[in-house]
Design a protein around this ligand. Structure first.
Ligand code: G6P
Length: 370
């Protein structure tokens, strides 16, 4: 097992550090920047089905569901196809309206999640076209779908999903851009600059890992005794906030909630005092000015602020107690970069609390029962 961990103390840390490679592997053969092409046979063979779909319904559980939420932002923004994201466990029992004009995208790392499988079977019976995004090759979900794309993240052993999540985001990005280009909703110039930027993401993750690792490790020490955490973000980074909170809950057993930053005033703000750590994701691109005013509200209540910002940021950084800098990128890629320090934060807080990081209590890697 020590050999499999490749010198890392836990699989989770190894998998966090594998992300430049797993994202690169997920794009390999698909993203051809020089030719200005995204090659995805699974999408291309059915591109009219997607284009003419009444809507796309994304079905998933857990971390994969968070990836689905970002998929909704991506596909609606670039391909202009309506998207809904559903928890598989809810979808399967609420007699949903599905027709043969609907396209269902199932996202599952393991490809074995019972609720996701049951939801797919239901949608299939009602005539929907089923597209799978799975990590495990030849898994049950991969086998019942009509078409799909594998995330080539490699085996993920840590129960808390990390590299599978960012690989799912990579696939969803490729799908959104490919459909956008085909549908004519993403013009060629924007397409070219977006794919050039996407190609740089593995390098930027490497940079995030090398510049934030020690810093986040140190920050974590100050939160070992915390009992609650709030994670906030807007736009594309709202689901990233949900995922950051989930990581912390799963492995450190600290209660954490993710929220859209603007919704804070409808509840969570009542919880803020000098003992409440708040992680805010505040890149320059994406509602930055709005985030600044959210941060002011937090500071007025003396919340302990950990801010994930772009390099050289001033306004939010001046108000934050802890600043974690990530490189600038297009708004739609920022959840990929922002997730990395949040994974590290959850990891180190859990390690310092003496928790079993790779196999947290009560959780399973693959939930094959209801
Ligand atoms: C379990 C795992 C999570 C995962 C979820 C969905 O809860 O612990 O990490 O996100 O199942 O799993 P899937 O394999 O369908 O992505």
């Amino acid at each position: 097992e020590q050999i499999e961990k490749g010198g890392y103390e836990h699989f989770m840390l190894k998998e966090i550090f594998e992300q430049p490679k797993s994202i690169h592997d997920t794009m390999r053969g698909r993203l051809l920047v020089d030719e200005g092409v995204i090659k995805m046979a699974g999408i291309w063979d059915h591109v009219e089905k997607f284009k003419n779909a009444n809507r796309i319904i994304i079905i998933a559980c857990g971390t994969s569901w968070h990836a689905g939420l970002i998929g909704e932002y991506l596909i609606e923004e670039y391909a202009r196809i309506p998207v809904e994201v559903e928890y598989a466990s809810e979808f399967r029992y609420r007699n949903p309206i599905i027709t043969d004009k609907d396209v269902v995208i199932a996202i599952s790392q393991s490809g074995e999640t019972a609720d996701t499988m049951a939801a797919l079977k239901l949608a299939k019976e009602k005539g929907a076209f089923i597209y799978g995004i799975c990590n495990v090759v030849d898994s049950s979900i991969a086998r019942i779908t009509d078409a799909g794309s594998y995330t080539h993240a490699g085996p993920e052993i840590g129960v808390a999903s990390t590299k599978a999540f960012t690989a799912q985001l990579t696939i969803l990005t490729l799908i959104a851009f490919k459909l956008g280009k085909h549908n004519g909703t993403l013009d060629n110039t924007s397409f070219m600059s977006l794919i050039a930027e996407l190609d740089l993401i593995p390098k930027k993750i490497e940079e995030v890992l090398s510049t934030t690792h020690e810093l986040v490790k140190n920050i974590s020490k100050d939160f070992v005794k915390s009992t609650n955490f709030l994670y906030l973000g807007r736009g594309y980074n709202y689901p990233a906030a949900l995922e950051g909170a989930l990581k912390l809950k799963e492995i450190s057993y600290i209660h954490a909630e993710g929220y859209p930053a603007a919704e804070m005033k409808h509840g969570p703000i009542a919880l803020i005092d000098e003992n409440m750590p708040i992680v805010i994701i505040a890149p320059k691109k994406g509602h930055y000015d709005k985030i600044v005013s959210n941060v002011q509200e937090i500071k007025a209540r003396k919340g302990k602020l950990i801010a994930v910002v772009n390099k050289g940021d001033q306004q939010v950084s001046e108000m934050a107690d802890y600043v974690i800098e990530i490189p600038e990128t297009s708004e739609c890629f920022s959840p990929i970069l922002a997730s990395v320090p949040l994974q590290l934060l959850a990891y180190y807080i859990a390690v310092y609390r003496g928790a079993n990081v790779d196999q947290p209590r009560n959780l399973a890697k693959s939930v094959t029962v209801e």
